[in-house]
Design a protein around this ligand. Structure first.
Ligand SMILES: C[S@@+](CC[C@H](N)C(=O)[O-])C[C@H]1O[C@@H](n2cnc3c(N)ncnc32)[C@H](O)[C@@H]1O
Length: 392
């Protein structure tokens, strides 16, 4: 249900939910554990933010000295330009500032910067933020914010969901380090997967349990009672995308042999069932990432959630397959007779015989078309260094 809410958010272009402090801290810690100096001497830009309310600004400002930062720049988007305008509260901080302007506050974005101990308290922290109105509304696509992007070393934010592709292209064009929140579905966007394949981008440590709670004033939360948190919306399938090194992506997955998976897997589709081979491509279908056999040398199709555990020394990415843009070499057309069986068995997907899709018959003869697989195989280096696993 939460996913439905997110797609409604996408359609309505409503992008107003905010990230929790503890989620930012947990993620940033992954980069610090890998390299304690990752932020030293760096200028961080936090765009698409709302600095007075934002936990991104608060988190980095409070850790300014600790991380050895050079500068924080945080920008907000004018309330009049947002898709949801109601419910916005002016902060006391802004209203009491000498530069407060009743008109500009609605139509102009704001910029907050932190570089020095401006209040002479002896420490550089959130109370030293200095601000003014931007010339424009703070749109990340404006020349004004682009110039800030070009000045920064690292760009960090939870961007508007409805503009994710555009936002990512905006970062990539500038060739900066980044850490941004997005939906797991973005992994197989044609604008995204090639970057992941070329090792120019990967997933971060991730939210606890694969779902995130965002601070929410506008949406109804449909999370079950045990998952519901007051004032929050629970969204599943949310991930961090980054090009900053962290340890998890170098940690190999610990896996069982094919035989042991079939004997012991906790997944009923795997337990007791030989793995299926696609009929349109020479590869094995692996319905769960933790069921990847540790002794299979060939190509395997795995779900997108695999990217959250992907270790680049262990596996190589070969491509992906999607109903609408199957971007992989050599997947053949689905045979007509397969589609006939699929329809006879009540399959309702919008598939036609010309489509190049991964598909297979399961052990009971059911025609299956898995949802959006990523194609992987063990790297040659991995196979060479694990001869005991790849005897055959
Ligand atoms: C998902 S919210 C996240 C806010 C904040 N970064 C956080 O995580 O707490 C995205 C924010 O981007 C703003 N936004 C929407 N379109 C924008 C645009 N074109 N340029 C800059 N900001 C935009 C929205 O108003 C919203 O405040």
């Amino acid at each position: 249900m939460a996913n439905k809410k997110l797609s409604e958010a996408k359609n309505a272009k409503n992008d107003e939910f905010y990230t929790q402090y503890e989620d930012i801290q947990r993620e940033v810690n992954a980069y610090l554990e890998y390299n304690p100096d990752v932020f030293r001497g760096k200028t961080i830009l936090l765009p698409c933010d709302d600095p007075e309310w934002s936990n991104f600004t608060r988190f980095f400002a409070q850790n300014f000295e600790n991380f050895g930062l050079k500068k924080i720049i945080s920008t907000s988007y004018a309330i009049e330009s947002r898709n949801i305008k109601e419910g916005y509260q002016l902060s006391i901080f802004e209203m009491e500032s000498p530069q407060f302007d009743e008109d500009k506050t609605k139509t102009h974005g704001k910029i907050f910067t932190l570089t020095r101990d401006s209040n002479k308290s002896g420490v550089i922290d959130i109370d030293d933020l200095e601000w003014h109105y931007l010339e424009g509304d703070g749109d990340f696509r404006s020349d004004e914010v682009k110039a800030l992007r070009d000045e920064a070393d690292i760009i960090i934010t939870n961007p508007p969901f409805s503009l994710f592709k555009e936002f990512l292209a905006w970062i990539v064009e500038a060739d900066k380090q980044f850490l941004v929140i997005g939906n797991q579905n973005a992994i197989t966007y044609k604008e995204v997967f090639p970057l992941i394949m070329q090792n120019k981008m990967w997933l971060g440590r991730g939210f606890k349990g694969g779902a995130a709670h965002f601070i929410n004033k506008y949406y109804t939360d449909y999370a079950t009672a045990s998952d519901h948190r007051e004032g929050m919306i629970r969204v599943s399938g949310v991930v961090w995308f980054t090009n900053i090194e962290h340890g998890r992506r170098h940690q190999p997955m610990s896996l069982m042999t094919m035989e042991d998976n079939i004997k012991f897997s906790k997944h009923k589709e795997v337990n007791g069932n030989p793995y299926a081979k696609y009929i349109t491509f020479d590869a094995l279908d692996v319905p769960y990432s933790d069921a990847i056999p540790k002794d299979y040398k060939g190509i395997m199709g795995v779900p997108k959630s695999f990217m959250g555990t992907y270790c680049c020394e262990q596996f190589e990415l070969l491509g992906y397959e999607r109903e609408d843009e199957n971007i992989v070499v050599g997947i053949k057309n689905m045979p007509e007779e397969f589609l006939e069986v699929y329809r006879q068995q009540g399959g309702k997907g919008h598939y036609t015989k010309g489509m190049k899709m991964l598909c297979y018959y399961d052990n009971e003869g059911n025609a299956k078309i898995p949802f959006s697989r990523i194609l992987i195989r063990y790297t040659d280096e991995w196979i060479k260094s694990h001869p005991e696993d790849f005897k055959a």
